[in-house]
Design a protein around this ligand. Structure first.
Ligand SMILES: [Zn+2]
Length: 220
């Protein structure tokens, strides 16, 4: 079920107004909300007086009943709190064992949410994707010393057996698309590295509900 609530907001122009913001969206019941999310239109508000549009980043629950996918998005600024939020979510999930077949994920900010949605929509395993990203970063000389590297899944092209990733680093002045052969994905998947018990930094990435490369100290 999709849920929204009324909020009281203060615009920078001084006008105070009431608006509706989404708390949760069910994209199986309402496909329109999904396109809104992908187009960056969810929780965009407009001041009725000065007409200024702004994005309100708040917690949002994403539910896809067909893919059995449930993602809790926290504001991007909460990312440093991931260890405690992940623990909290793990405890809540243990009480919901009947939802076993579901994938539960947490993300920070809408870019991470949209990325997860794209990965699952492509029928890929996000844990394998994060390990693939790790390989790309480790093998790229130009990125090794950068402390602000961000790498995101862009798309999977089955016809060409290619996965496209986007790499950004302001420090190294990099913003480029990296094309990775799908063979690398298959190789990681078959080795089951993403399912192994977390013995080192890199394997922690795939455990818990925050499946993200930034959990590793390799990226800062
Ligand atoms: Zn205003």
């Amino acid at each position: 079920m999709a849920e929204s609530r009324s909020f009281q907001l203060n615009c920078a122009c001084g006008h105070e107004f009431e608006t509706i913001l989404w708390d949760s969206i069910n994209v199986t019941e309402n496909k329109g909300l999904k396109s809104q999310l992908l187009n960056g239109e969810i929780n965009i508000i407009q001041c009725p007086k000065c007409k200024k549009k702004s994005y309100i980043e708040k917690e949002l629950l994403y539910h896809d009943m067909d893919l059995k996918l449930w993602i809790r998005m926290y504001p991007q600024m909460d990312r440093p709190k991931w260890p405690s939020l992940e623990d909290e979510m793990g405890q809540k999930l243990q009480q919901k064992l009947k939802l076993d077949a579901y994938a539960f994920r947490m993300v920070f900010g809408r870019d991470e949410l949209v990325e997860k949605v794209r990965i699952f929509d492509s029928g890929l395993d996000d844990r394998v994707i994060e390990l693939l990203k790790l390989r790309v970063v480790q093998e790229d000389e130009s990125l090794k010393d950068a402390h602000d590297v961000r790498i995101a899944f862009s798309r999977y092209i089955p016809e060409d057996a290619e996965i496209q990733l986007h790499v950004y680093s302001q420090q190294n002045n990099v913003s480029q698309t990296v094309i990775v052969s799908f063979d690398h994905y298959v190789e990681i998947e078959e080795s089951q590295e993403h399912l192994a018990a977390p013995k080192d930094e890199s394997q922690k990435i795939c455990h818990g509900s925050y499946v993200n490369l930034s959990k590793s100290r390799i990226l800062h």
